[in-house]
Design a protein around this ligand. Sequence first.
Ligand SMILES: C[S@@+](CC[C@H](N)C(=O)[O-])C[C@H]1O[C@@H](n2cnc3c(N)ncnc32)[C@H](O)[C@@H]1O
Length: 209
Amino acid sequence: MIIEPLNQIENTINTLFKDTEKDQFKIMKGLAKSAFRPIKPEDFKDVYLSITKKQGEFLKEVIIENKLKNIIEFGTSFGISTLFLAQGALVTNGKIITTELIASKAKTALSNFKSAGVNSIIEIRIGDAMETLKNYMEPIDLLFLDGWKDLYLPLFQMLEPNFNKNTIIYVDNADMKESQTFLKVISKMKKYESDLKFDGKVALITTKK
Ligand SMILES: C[S@@+](CC[C@H](N)C(=O)[O-])C[C@H]1O[C@@H](n2cnc3c(N)ncnc32)[C@H](O)[C@@H]1O
């Protein structure tokens, strides 16, 4: 029954990945803007900065295998990773809240969710994740961290009351300096353990059983 929607998502994902081929040049332009000041998200307002297809497939499998339903994503960009999350959520009957700072990116992401036919299971919140998720009260089964890395720790701490013993926190760009600082803090907390994937580019944090 869900084969048709899965195909529609797959088609949208493939179209978007084709478009990411222009990212390299746009990243260089973004980096040039930030040569004499700290990088800002706006410097990359036209850039996908997406996870890879393999990572997306893995993310989908994690959701399905662990029957994860309540999914929160930090860092939507144009929605490639959200569409992989949606592939998993369609199987588990789950839903996604995703949040993006830059309104133009969020607008395009919403249009991509509509093209993929999954906008009914995705809520997109526009603004700083620390604000858009501040009053979030429901349980979280999967927290996908892929926004600016300096917010990984404050966001984790803000949302931690919503975790349960089976919550998975998926940390993208785990090998970046600020993510490492975050992971070091987590490693000192007895409650959690983390497992590195994709040559250390991804970390999965879970509660010790
Ligand atoms: C690496 S990209 C996300 C890529 C996306 N997850 C994917 O794989 O397709 C990071 C995104 O986080 C957004 N971002 C940065 N700081 C943010 C914040 N404070 N709140 C919400 N989004 C933020 C950026 O604008 C950017 O689009």
